[in-house]
Design a protein around this ligand. Structure first.
Ligand SMILES: [Zn+2]
Length: 728
């Protein structure tokens, strides 16, 4: 389940937490989702904690300034046809896509402003905007470096369009001019090409300027052994942007591996042909001998991509670690096998590097955190250890094979249909509510709709029959009941009949019910009920009762907080409880177990709300006998479970719940029967009265005692809640 709270919140000051809603709101106005904002704040906090605390003061102005450059870039792109706009639409996206980019927002005050001012004198605003989109953290470099490098590129390299050069190689801006000049001289000398040709190579591959002279010379010597023809070598170097920047060990290691894996002979022309055909792939991947073998076996024998394809088109993908590739494969083939294929149905390896990108995560139905946790955890799991050990020993036994492309397509279609059905059902229920509402409006309350009218008439008839069956004596009795001892706060769920559960008649329980049995202090209705029950009715017990299988709790667990509608808003309090206890909940299997635990946590939270309600506190201060109990009802077997009771603390000695042998310990006891057996069919008013008076007398003698006891009981309550959420 997604949790929208950044990790650093846990140990933040109140001031920072107070500023959070505004921060989230501001980020939302820049196009970030809540989850992205939380991630970004986490990233910023890693470099500059203070910047997060003072987001509005430090970060917003910098972000706005950078945005103005990005806007200039976007305007230019739009004029030119807007082809690039689709890929990077906003700085917000660039900042979220790159964890190190958050460094830019976490720089000391004034740095980014000064950097932009200096570079603005040499590059147009639109070009800087493009740089910021590609590599936002370019602004983290020293203030004097970037302007000097731009001048050097224009004057020494003869670059006509510095904006285009640095758009391709923004990394150069963080280098010093002396180092660049040294690398350039050395490169020219080593190549020994005509000046113009060398110049062209550098302009085409400016990244070569960031490699040290030793590396370039050694790589060149290695390549000269492979390609004795100078013209052919020049061609390969011109196409392979990274070859000259690689160490000899790297190049030789890759060559050795290919020879061994593919059975090429030393001195044969096969290696040269491969490097010539695929220079970038050869340069970019590091074919660590042992692991690559296993990766190739996994990809060819399990996933079904030919070794040749892996080495040519999939070469860049082999950079990932074996355990990483294996874990990603397990996820993708299980949850979204269509991602293993291209649109035309060919095996396609992009999932190796892209599986953690938003569009893939969406198909996998996972958050980034969940994905990372799986990829980290799977290799250490029993299954992961077994499969990886087998693979390393040369066997692919036990690895799940991916479904064929056709099967994957069918699976995808099914999932989409299911999703549509869910959406349709939500839509239908909304329509229905609207329809009923309209019917009532048009008929002015007289229910013109025939069906509704028939339904109402049937209910009214049933009511007549019921009243007749009860008889006049029953209603006379009810009028005589003035001694209401219990306030029941429960869920609106139709399957939880308050008074029946505890064996009391309708007149003996004061009932307040709402969706999810909430008792928040902001709810006027419930607070008024408690006030009336405690001050006027002088109830001795407040029962806060939840129930397993509660739809409200289930919604809070799974319904995203962005969901529209009042129900979503109403269950926010339960969502908060969920988020506070997310660690404990995650230790349970998803679904029923988590929902049931959250039901219990919600009861404890609401008991806490009741205990801290002013009217309850005042009653305890005044020594009024009053106990609060948190119960959970099981719809499947009709039993109540006691989660918490103040009894034994605020009201001494125990009263009706204890005397009826349920709630005295957190064990389930069949309720209606036990009530009847201990007190007979009449309400236990006599016994409870005696005990109540005893308690009242006790507190008159020592008024402060009851306050202390109430506080003790509150402390015990939070302990109970903690125990439940962290230990279980
Ligand atoms: Zn419910």
């Amino acid at each position: 389940m997604p949790v929208c709270l950044p990790a650093w919140c846990k140990d933040q000051t109140q001031a920072a937490l107070d500023g959070l809603p505004a921060t989230f709101e501001w980020c939302r106005s820049r196009g970030l989702t809540g989850l992205q904002t939380a991630q970004l704040l986490d990233d910023i906090a890693k470099t500059q904690r203070d910047s997060v605390v003072q987001f509005a003061v430090l970060v917003q102005p910098v972000w706005q300034l950078m945005d103005s450059y990005v806007a200039a870039w976007a305007a230019q792109q739009q004029q030119a046809g807007g082809s690039k706009l689709r890929k990077h639409i906003s700085l917000a996206e660039a900042l979220c896509g790159n964890a190190t980019a958050a460094e830019a927002l976490g720089m000391p005050p004034g740095h980014v402003e000064a950097w932009l001012a200096a570079v603005s004198q040499q590059l147009p605003a639109a070009a800087i905007g493009g740089l910021l989109l590609g590599k936002p953290h370019v602004v983290c470099g020293g203030l004097d470096k970037a302007p000097a490098v731009i001048s050097w590129a224009v004057n020494v390299l003869g670059v006509a369009d510095p904006a285009a050069l640095f758009a391709r190689s923004p990394g150069l801006l963080k280098f010093g001019v002396p180092a660049l000049q040294r690398n350039l001289d050395s490169l020219r000398q080593a190549l020994g090409w005509p000046a113009e040709q060398a110049q062209q190579l550098v302009l085409k591959q400016p990244v070569l300027l960031t490699s040290s002279p030793d590396t370039v010379q050694a790589a060149l010597a290695w390549l000269q052994q492979l390609f004795t023809d100078a013209a052919q070598l020049a061609g390969v170097i011109n196409r392979g942007t990274r070859l000259l920047g690689r160490s000899v060990q790297h190049l030789q290691g890759n060559a050795d591996y290919l020879r061994q894996a593919l059975g090429w002979q030393e001195g044969s022309s096969q290696l040269a042909a491969f490097v010539a055909a695929c220079p970038d792939g050869f340069a970019n991947v590091s074919l660590n001998l042992a692991d690559t073998q296993h990766k190739l076996r996994l990809l060819s024998e399990v996933v079904g991509v030919s070794t040749e394809d892996c080495l040519t088109s999939g070469m860049n993908y082999l950079n990932k670690r074996l355990v990483n590739i294996a874990a990603r494969y397990m996820l993708v083939q299980e949850r979204a096998p269509h991602l293993l294929y291209s649109r035309s149905g060919e095996p396609y390896l992009s999932w190796i590097v892209n599986a953690n990108k938003p569009q893939y995560l969406c198909c996998l139905d996972m958050s980034r955190d969940e994905f990372n946790a799986f990829v980290r955890g799977w290799p250490a799991s029993a299954e992961g250890r077994r499969l990886l050990a087998g693979l390393r020993a040369g066997s692919v036994e036990g690895w799940p094979r991916p479904p064929t492309w056709e099967e994957a397509q069918q699976q995808l279609q099914k999932a989409q249909e299911q999703q549509q059905q869910v959406e349709l059902r939500i839509l239908l229920s909304r329509r229905l509510v609207k329809l009923i509402d309209m019917t009532h409006k048009t008929c002015g309350g007289s229910c013109a709709s025939e069906q509704l009218r028939a339904g109402l008439e049937a209910r009214l008839a049933a009511n007549k029959a019921w009243a007749a069956e009860k008889g006049a004596a029953y209603f006379e009795n009810l009028q005589g009941i003035h001694n209401i001892e219990v306030l029941w706060i429960g869920c609106s769920d139709a399957r939880v009949p308050a008074n029946e559960l505890i064996g009391l008649k309708p007149g003996e329980v004061f009932v307040a019910r709402n969706v999810g049995n909430l008792a928040t202090h902001k709810d006027m209705n419930i607070m008024a009920c408690i006030e009336y029950a405690v001050q006027v009715l002088k109830v001795k017990h407040i029962v806060l009762c939840g129930h397993y299988g509660c739809d409200a709790v289930q919604s809070a667990l799974t319904m995203p907080c962005k969901t529209e509608g009042l129900v979503s808003l109403w269950v926010q309090d339960i969502r908060d409880t969920r988020d506070r206890n997310v660690e404990a909940l995650r230790q349970l299997p998803p679904g029923r177990a988590q929902a049931d635990r959250l039901v219990e946590m919600n009861v404890l939270r609401q008991v806490c709300n009741v205990c801290t309600a002013p009217v309850v506190q005042q009653a305890w201060d005044a020594g009024q006998p009053l106990a609060v109990h948190g119960l959970v009802y099981s719809i499947s077997n009709g039993l109540l479970k006691c989660m918490y009771t103040t009894e034994g603390a605020a009201t001494q000695p125990g009263s009706f719940l204890k005397s009826n042998s349920f709630c005295s310990s957190p064990a389930s006891v069949a309720v209606p029967g036990s009530w009847a057996s201990s007190s007979g069919s009449s309400p236990p008013s006599v016994a409870a009265d005696d005990e109540g008076r005893a308690s009242e007398e006790g507190s008159v003698k020592d008024g402060s005692g009851s306050v202390k006891e109430a506080q003790k009981s509150l402390a015990a309550l939070s302990l109970a809640e903690e125990r439940l959420s962290y230990e279980l």
